[in-house]
Design a protein around this ligand. Sequence first.
Ligand SMILES: Cc1ncc(COP(=O)(O)O)c(C=O)c1O
Length: 411
Amino acid sequence: MIWRPFTQEKTATPAIKIIRGEGVYLFSETGQKYIDMISSWWVNIHGHGNREIAEAIYSQAKTLEHVIFTKFSHDPAETLVKNLKKLLPSNLSKFFFSDNGSTSVEVALKMAYQYFRNIGTGKRSLFLCLKGGYHGDTFGAMSVAGKSSQYHGIFSELFFNSHPIGVPEYYEDVEDIEEQEIRILEEWEQKLLEIGDRVCAIIVEPLLQGAAGMKLYRPKFLEKLVHVVRSYGILVIFDEVMTGFYRTGKMFAMDHTNVIPDFICLSKGITGGFLPLGMTVTTEKVYDAFLSDDPRKTFIHGHSYTANPISCAAANKSLEILLRQKTVENIRTIEEFHKRAVLKNIHRRRVLGTMSAFDIDSSEQRDYLVESAFKEGIFLRPLGNTVYFLPPYCIAEEELDKVYTIVNKFL
Ligand SMILES: Cc1ncc(COP(=O)(O)O)c(C=O)c1O
């Protein structure tokens, strides 16, 4: 009766019923326990069943569960904005709420497009993006993954125009990275000469392309790319839906660089994995372009659950936990563990913050590894032949050790 996401129901095995979660563990109704090594689709940053977040949610639900966010505002949303503002560069100062990662991206795309119409530069209607990028499953988000997207190709004739350009992949033992970066930047420059003045925005997953297969590229490349697109007056969108909230070892992936985008999209870890919430943050310059006596310049976009107070309360508590010294130390420990752990028979090893990924030779080997590890209580969900670890930040060294030992056994 239930139709699952990203699942071919004809061949998939029946879902395993999970009855409880605690820390890094998921407990099934048949008494099995699994380490959630992908933080349940990258959202669950503090582990399952976190008491403090659960209590913040309960307390907020008793006080105000929801209210339309137009004429009304509320403390949880205002506090969240204040909290996030402290963590972001000062020019990212205007916060627009939505309710998931895809919508946070849709909002940025629509704002960028309308910005140029509002300021009277209407001919900019194209988007640039990175090859292999993933920004969600709604139509705008799919369009900026490009027509040859491995996930959404079937819908491609419905997409609006976007131009995906290459990314120089960075991993352990990569050869000629500098040359690759120069060559790819030349491709970008060529494309910009052709279409630069018709582009309204570029959208990128900064430094780490998640769904593409946990692919990394270097901060220097991103800095140069931003510099060159900006010389054409193009707005820059960083989709930090996956990379935000210390996933890459810093609060935001952009903190590894010296550039500040015009938009940042946030979701996933924002509530600690408890409740849906999306956020698009932009600049005063963009915001000001929507201030007008002409109603057509208004940003006509909203969701019923915009800035849900319970989600905001969860996010405030999650941020409080995230900023504790113990959490930050754990994040460092995970990264160091990933870096020093030995893995056999793998390729293209890469580590950034709490993310560790590697490729294996064939889909048969991958299935064998993933199924065998699952039988021993490790939940992995590969992307093609890429296997990755993206644990909740509360994972202990003994648990990491167990994961690496078991994975090595089957590698
Ligand atoms: C970088 C990035 N952007 C956007 C999304 C879409 O988020 P959601 O699944 O909450 O719509 C994802 C989801 O994996 C993502 O990784």
